[in-house]
Design a protein around this ligand. Structure first.
Ligand SMILES: Nc1nc2c(c(=O)[nH]1)N[C@H]1C(S)=C(S)[C@@H](COP(=O)(O)OP(=O)(O)OC[C@H]3O[C@@H](n4cnc5c(=O)[nH]c(N)nc54)[C@H](O)[C@@H]3O)O[C@H]1N2
Ligand SMILES: Nc1nc2c(c(=O)[nH]1)N[C@H]1C(S)=C(S)[C@@H](COP(=O)(O)OP(=O)(O)OC[C@H]3O[C@@H](n4cnc5c(=O)[nH]c(N)nc54)[C@H](O)[C@@H]3O)O[C@H]1N2
Ligand SMILES: [Mo]
Length: 759
């Protein structure tokens, strides 16, 4: 058995004992199994829990409500889930109910005083709840009254653009399609979504460079790859099933390189939790063979450095045929790289020239089959689009795109965030989509672009938007600048959430507020109805719930939207809302007629494993203005805090799914019982005279603006000098709403300038 990590210190804080041990050197294994079972047994009980786990990610079962990592195309093991999925299922399949009596006994003020963890532990919302103007408590109302309240408010607006329709990436294709159809038939493109805060930069960068905003690899490519780069991503915590893929790749000879300011346990070693002997012995497969501790936001410089090494020996290192036949702007890029001096590259990346040369040599190994995976470490910075395009530049030099074993892999977060975008959840869908929607549905979609997430917050703030409607999610806690977003929501006439569980966005409301409780993905919807999702690799597959609904008061998301649309439209609607909701095959037939790639949708999605959506870049067909993949020519820069200040990134702990907090531990980083903490390089703490585990206030600086988060515990943690990390959503008060990525508008949640002072 492997030795347990050493306890570094522990300290009593707010009546709880915070502990820090050495970070783990491997992920998953038995602790993941026991943690999964603990959550499942506590919330769902043995029968409901086991039933759910056995159907999760099985062909014909339901799609895991957690991340978007794909399931194997072929044979699946009896248990295709991870600790994450088990926790998500436990949270959804809980037997507890937050019912009418619960809301009658807790005022909004009481509920707001409780923690996010407490909110999640209160169980499933059981029936529609209404908060009337000036009331202190939510009260139960029939569904019909709920729809009337919303319809009358929507009909009273001066313009449809005074309403905002937000989506979180868990919504199914069918729910998302009918939802955007409703918003557009009502008359607005105000369709912000969680993607605006997530992979928007990836979609835009790839669209500009290679003509498609989605990844170009499949799981099979991982088994052929020579090198896999994991950049700005923590798969052990956030995409645990990806570790199984990486383990298989390593066994086939691939080298994995982690590019991350933190040495995340999941990339050090992996014990497959579903291989009993390995799990019992804790026998870890080492994953990454190289760890590059890039400085926060140093990736553009790092990839420019790789390009510089490759271009030093152009004839040997660069795929000339690919560049000639498939790319534009190569000579300009080559000149730009030649002009970039090494000292600038090493200063901005924080990585030495030798290390960059060694990395380039790794990429040139084998048949140069390189896959680059990335997530929020690349997407949530001011220059994220330029950074991701620089990653693509390196792939173009190597011709490492559109051939087996090579390509780009933005690893999506929410289980259907990619599908929601395909379905038209976007404030600026292209004309081709809108024209098809109008033609097939008999509506006249507006053409003016709508609000993305941050623009929606500003609009609510200044009173230009008066109704906020959310299909899932937790807008208040997920958005930047919590106080500003709270004021924006409070400024609304009406806020409405289609939700499964209580969250803080239900407690910071417009004058009137509604919670519309829906079925979760694991639950049976009528007589075996199913929905569909698209995973991170463009596979569309069905998801059919198996568990009994948590309460008889729930409706499916599709049904809720259809009934609301009917209440708004009356009999005059060109769209037969109820008829569509009665049989989701009808919605899928409509999707087939509106969106390319869904030919024979109903029939193909009923086959085990579903089907791949077309992706021209995989075939080296470039849907760009020039018909070629384009090198980007961005100036190299890096986020540089003023002297004496630090750069803060906000990230996820092991016991959370975004704003849902399952527990208080961050097992792989060795931290227990704490969330209001800030991890800082030990030297930076020492220099400031801040002892480990002391209380600090964090002040973020954005132009003349200052934001403060009080009473965080400072914890020394290995990371490059000048950087710090704190958990999302506790640290969101520090993220300036005005600080957005260029082009994509994503809040810069990974580069925030801060000072820390002892409290
Ligand atoms: N358990 C769990 N699973 C999840 C989620 C969850 O909250 N919990 N959320 C889901 C969602 S919606 C998403 S989008 C994904 C998110 O998945 P991740 O992107 O893995 O999530 P983060 O915790 O934000 O981690 C960001 C990683 O990037 C690194 N990083 C930060 N800044 C930089 C940088 O400048 N350069 C580089 N190279 N690295 C950097 C951090 O050290 C950290 O390891 O996970 C999904 N899966
Ligand atoms: N500072 C900082 N902020 C961030 C990030 C960061 O890294 N740092 N990450 C960003 C990212 S990547 C993302 S994706 C966003 C996430 O933003 P959101 O998607 O808005 O947030 P979630 O926490 O995933 O939403 C959780 C809520 O969804 C509801 N829910 C759960 N299941 C269902 C369901 O089946 N149907 C419905 N209708 N509702 C359901 C529950 O009520 C639950 O409380 O946050 C972003 N915000
Ligand atoms: Mo995300």
């Amino acid at each position: 058995m492997m030795a347990m990590p050493k306890l570094l210190w522990s300290s009593v804080n707010e009546h709880e004992e915070i502990k820090q041990s050495e970070p783990k050197s491997w992920a998953a294994g038995l602790p993941a199994v026991t943690s999964s079972l603990r959550h499942i047994l506590r919330e769902a009980g043995p029968f409901r829990g086991a039933r759910g786990l056995l159907e999760m990610n099985q062909a014909g079962g339901f799609d895991c409500p957690s991340c978007a990592w794909p399931d194997p195309d072929g044979g699946r093991s009896a248990a295709e889930f991870c600790e994450n999925g088990a926790k998500a299922l436990a949270s959804e399949a809980t037997r507890k109910l937050a019912d009418a009596a619960f809301f009658a006994s807790h005022s909004i003020a009481d509920l707001a005083a409780q923690s996010d963890l407490w909110h999640d532990r209160q169980g499933r919302i059981a029936s529609p709840m209404l908060l009337r103007p000036g009331a202190t408590h939510y009260e139960a109302v029939p569904w019909s009254s709920a729809f009337e309240v919303i319809a009358s408010q929507l009909k009273s607006l001066a313009s449809p653009d005074e309403a905002v329709f937000y989506t979180s990436g868990r919504a199914s294709n069918e729910a998302a399609f009918i939802y955007q159809l409703f918003a557009r038939s009502y008359g607005t493109n105000n369709l912000p979504d969680c993607s605006n805060m997530c992979h928007e930069s990836s979609g835009l960068a790839m669209k500009e460079s290679i003509g498609v905003g989605k990844g170009t690899v499949t799981l099979d490519d991982f088994l052929e790859a020579d090198t896999i780069l994991c950049v700005g991503q923590n798969p052990g915590t956030n995409h645990p099933r990806m570790l199984g893929t990486l383990e298989d790749a390593v066994k086939k000879g691939a080298k994995i390189v982690s590019i991350n300011p933190l040495k995340e346990a999941g990339l050090v070693g992996f014990v497959h939790p579903q291989h009993p002997v390995a799990a019992l012995l804790g026998k870890a497969t080492p994953l990454a063979s190289q760890f590059i501790a890039v400085r926060v936001n140093g990736d553009l410089a790092l990839f420019r450095g790789i390009a510089k090494v490759l271009l030093e020996n152009e004839s040997a290192h660069v795929d000339a045929g690919f560049i000639r036949d498939h790319t534009r702007h190569y000579t300009d890029y080559r000149a730009l790289v030649a002009e970039t001096p090494w000292p600038e590259i090493t200063r901005m990346s924080g990585v030495g020239e030798d290390e960059i040369r060694a990395l380039a040599a790794t990429l040139l190994g084998g048949a140069r089959k390189v896959i680059t995976c990335w997530a929020m470490g690349l997407t949530q910075h001011r220059n994220s689009v330029a950074t991701i395009r620089e990653v693509v530049n390196v792939h173009l030099l190597l011709g490492a795109i559109g051939r087996p074993g090579a390509g780009l892999c933005p690893v999506r977060g929410h289980s259907n965030v990619q599908g929601d975008r395909t379905m038209g959840i976007f404030e600026k869908m292209p004309e081709s989509f809108l024209a098809a929607l109008d033609r097939e549905c008999g509506i006249s979609s507006p053409r003016a672009h709508g609000y993305e997430t941050v623009a929606a917050i500003h609009a609510m703030h200044r009173g230009a938007a008066k109704v906020f409607f959310a299909l899932g999610g937790n807008f208040l806690q997920a958005s930047p600048d919590t106080d500003y977003t709270a004021a924006a929501l409070r400024n609304c006439e009406l806020t409405v959430h289609i939700s499964t569980k209580l969250n803080r966005s239900h407690l910071v409301t417009g004058r009137t507020a509604l919670i519309l409780p829906c079925l979760g993905r694991s639950e049976r919807d009528g007589e075996g109805k199913f929905v569909t999702c698209e995973n991170s690799m463009g596979v569309v597959q069905l998801s059919r719930g198996v568990l009994a609904p948590a309460s008889s008061g729930l409706l499916s998301e599709v049904e809720i939207i259809a009934r609301l649309a009917e209440a708004v439209d009356g009999a005059a609607s060109p769209v037969p809302w109820r008829w569509l909701a009665e049989d989701y095959d009808r919605i899928r037939n409509l999707i087939e007629r509106v969106i390319p790639g869904f030919v024979n949708f109903n029939q193909r999605v009923s086959q085990p494993g579903g089907f791949y959506l077309p992706n021209p870049a995989k075939r080296r067909v470039w849907d760009t203005p020039g018909g070629k993949a384009g090198f980007s020519l961005a100036a190299m820069d890096v986020f540089q805090p003023s002297p004496g200040r630090l750069v803060l990134q906000t990230l996820r702990s092991h016991d959370q799914f975004n704003t849902t907090i399952y527990g208080m531990d961050d097992r792989y980083r060795g931290i227990s019982n704490a969330r209001r903490i800030i991890l800082v390089n030990p030297e930076d703490l020492r220099e400031r005279g801040i002892p480990p585990c002391s209380r600090v206030d964090i002040i973020s600086i954005w132009g003349d603006e200052r934001r403060t988060a009080r009473s965080f515990t400072a914890i020394p943690y290995e990371m490059p000098r000048g950087s710090a990390a704190a958990y999302f959503p506790e640290a969101n008060v520090l993220v300036p709403a005005g600080s957005q990525a260029e082009g994509s508008g994503t809040p810069t949640s990974k580069s925030i300038e801060i000072e820390i002072n002892r409290s």
